[in-house]
Design a protein around this ligand. Structure first.
Ligand code: ZN
Length: 281
């Protein structure tokens, strides 16, 4: 299938659509373009009745280093985005539309989804992977959400308590420590750990099995499991967290750090390290 995407790839093989993040040079940092194209790729998978399962993968060494901060702050920031995000209200609208709603849409996507995760899966990258129904990880996968010391209250959706349990979630968020693929498996955050060269095959193999389930049955199973978590208040907890997250975006600590960055004039080194996957963001 051909399309006009620049930052994602979209392929269909039988009943399985594969949507691939394709900014390996930026460790698949999620730019606005990537988030838009990802959303459109999910539209294609939704509209194609032959597609029964979606695999969400990524090219390159890392699944995703998170949201593309380069677009938001620093010398290469988009003037439009910087303007929109210059007020608490604008920041809130931007993140609700591009981060919160777009991710929840994947969580609630009618067809089953499987994330295939390798390398670093950080902050907004973890949030994205956690929207999928299943996660297959390569044994070099590392999960981290190390934004607390930079004043961030996690990212826009608080997935950790649901993925890790209460005590590990607090440790993970407060220390910023990494969790490797095997610990993620032990904690129940990932379904399977395989070697790097087996990753896509393993995800496709699971997708082919799931594709044998009649689509309406698969949709109802997925929805019913999600409803179980609704009864525990998952969406309400997410809404609460999003508001609190935005409070911490506008604390004196957060705004002070932003001013520091502007005084520095350039975030070039930080961004370059981040794009190599050396630092979180
Ligand atoms: Zn945010």
């Amino acid at each position: 299938m051909t399309n006009d995407f620049e930052t994602v790839l979209y392929d269909v093989d039988g009943a399985v659509a594969r949507i691939t993040l394709n900014r390996p040079e930026a460790a698949n940092a999620q730019s606005m373009q990537l988030i838009d194209e990802l959303d459109t790729a999910f539209d294609l998978a939704l509209d194609d009745d032959n597609v029964r399962v979606v695999v969400l993968a990524a090219t390159g060494k890392h699944f995703s280093s998170g949201h593309d901060l380069k677009e938001l702050v620093g010398p290469d920031a988009s003037p439009e985005l910087a303007e929109q995000r210059s007020t608490p209200e604008g920041k809130f609208r931007h993140e609700r539309q591009m981060y919160f709603d777009r991710c929840v849409r994947i969580y609630e996507f009618p067809k089953p989804t499987i994330a295939a995760v390798q390398g670093k899966c950080i902050a907004g990258g973890l949030m994205l992977a956690a929207m999928c129904d299943l996660i297959v990880a390569s044994d070099d996968a590392v999960f981290q959400n190390p934004v607390a010391r930079m004043s961030g209250m996690g990212v826009e959706l608080l997935v950790e308590p649901w993925e890790l349990g209460i005590r590990k979630a607090k440790e993970f968020l407060l220390t910023g420590d990494e969790i490797d693929a095997h610990e993620a498996w032990r904690l129940g955050m990932v379904n399977r750990v395989v070697s790097r060269h087996e990753l896509l095959g393993a995800a496709d193999g699971m997708a082919q099995k799931i594709a044998l389930v009649p689509p309406m049955t698969a949709e109802r199973i997925k929805d019913s499991v999600n409803q179980t978590f609704e009864l525990m208040g998952k969406r309400n907890a997410w809404n609460y967290h999003f508001m609190a997250h935005h409070f911490t975006h506008n604390t004196s600590a957060a705004l002070g750090r932003l001013a520091e960055r502007e005084q520095m004039g350039s975030m070039k080194e930080v961004f370059e390290a981040r794009d190599r996957g050396d630092t979180p963001g």
